[in-house]
Design a protein around this ligand. Structure first.
Ligand SMILES: [Zn+2]
Length: 241
């Protein structure tokens, strides 16, 4: 019954925007900050917790250590898009989905075929020299011995991602708020309505329907018009086969 309502809501919508959270990607292989075991393993291996390493202060003071971690734990575990990302691409091709907005840095929606993706925290595929602005590929970072150095000017090349302690890119936030403001229906996937992602974006929504699919139940779920506590990769393909 719920599925039926959700399916109808998607059918009715002509301007759907997706807020995509971390739990969409749980099984994709990029289990970033994933669970206590992961944090423990990282601390044993690198001497710091993942949260400590992923800060601008750490990056600026210990770039060698940062890149050791980053190359192996982030770039080495990029994962693959799943059925949820692929269904979003179909919704986009059908002209319904106008944007995917995420804090994820792995570019999974784009790699799954979506074209209009706003990565609020940037993504690992964009790397730049902070001094001369030359751009570099992920492979350049991966193949560098130790810290990746700009071929032109010798500065340390940086992934264009937002580390803890850094400001979000204002332009991306403006783009996202505009897309959400135009939407008639919001599809909230793999994240609760009380998450940072929703906190910073829901206020721009003036449409009529919020659909939530998240495997982890939260007390705020009933604030959505329709919700299902299951994995988005299981549910979304049933809504738009
Ligand atoms: Zn440079």
């Amino acid at each position: 019954m719920k599925l039926e309502h959700m399916r109808n809501a998607i059918q009715r919508s002509s301007n759907l925007v997706c807020l995509m959270g971390r739990r969409v990607s749980l099984d994709t292989g990029c289990d970033f900050y994933g669970g206590d075991d992961f944090a423990y393993d990282v601390e044993m291996k690198y001497g710091y917790s993942p949260e400590e390493i992923f800060t601008s202060a750490f990056y600026n003071t210990r770039p060698e250590k940062f890149y050791e971690y980053y190359k192996s734990e982030i770039l080495g575990k990029r994962g693959e898009p799943n059925e949820c990302h692929k269904t979003l691409a179909k919704l986009e091709q059908a002209g319904k989905l106008k944007a995917v907005i995420t804090r994820g840095i792995f570019n999974l929606a784009s790699r799954g075929g979506c074209k209009n993706v706003i990565c609020l925290h940037g993504n690992i595929y964009e790397n730049q020299c902070p001094r001369c602005k030359t751009e570099y590929s992920v492979d350049y970072i991966l193949n560098a011995k130790g810290v990746p150095i700009c071929e032109k000017c010798g500065a340390i090349v940086r992934p264009q991602i937002c580390l803890s302690g850094e400001m979000l890119d204002n332009m991306k936030l403006t783009q996202a708020s505009r897309k959400i403001g135009e939407a008639d229906t919001l599809l909230v996937l793999g994240v609760s309505l009380k998450s940072d992602l929703c906190d910073s974006t829901l206020k721009y929504f003036h449409g009529d329907t919020i659909i939530l699919i998240n495997d982890k139940p939260h007390f705020s779920d009933h604030n959505a018009d329709y919700y299902i506590n299951d994995q988005p990769k299981e549910v979304l393909p049933k809504l738009f086969p």
